[in-house]
Write a protein of this length. Structure first.
Length: 110
């Protein structure tokens, strides 16, 4: 049973359902570099969407603060947190690219 839950190809009533961890052109993932690449394909855009919502939320709070110093400070903190998150997202992407180049994993990571 446990083996079926982790499988990447399941057959239900004659219809085959493929899992998300297939490599390019349906090839199975063979090493850690390919797995990290596949996961990062989902995580980096997801983090970007979350970042967008944080910045919109901070901007909305800033506009709705009506000059209240406490609300202004909270809104500015949200915007600052969003910008720091953006910088961390870019640096993490660049670090992964650098490490993949150093270790010769150009085909495996990002």
């Amino acid at each position: 049973m446990k083996n079926q839950l982790l499988s990447q190809s399941v057959n239900f009533g004659g219809q085959t359902i493929e899992g998300p961890l297939k490599g390019a052109e349906g090839q199975p993932i063979e090493n850690l570099g390919q797995l990290v690449s596949r996961v990062l394909e989902f995580l980096v855009p997801f983090a970007g969407v979350i970042l967008l919502f944080v910045l919109i939320w901070g901007g909305f709070d800033y506009m709705m603060s009506q000059g209240n110093p406490e609300k202004l400070k909270a809104a500015q903190a949200k915007i600052t947190t969003g910008l720091i998150g953006f910088i961390l997202l870019i640096f993490s992407y660049l670090i992964v690219r650098l490490l993949s180049t150093i270790f010769g994993l150009q085909q495996g990571i990002i």
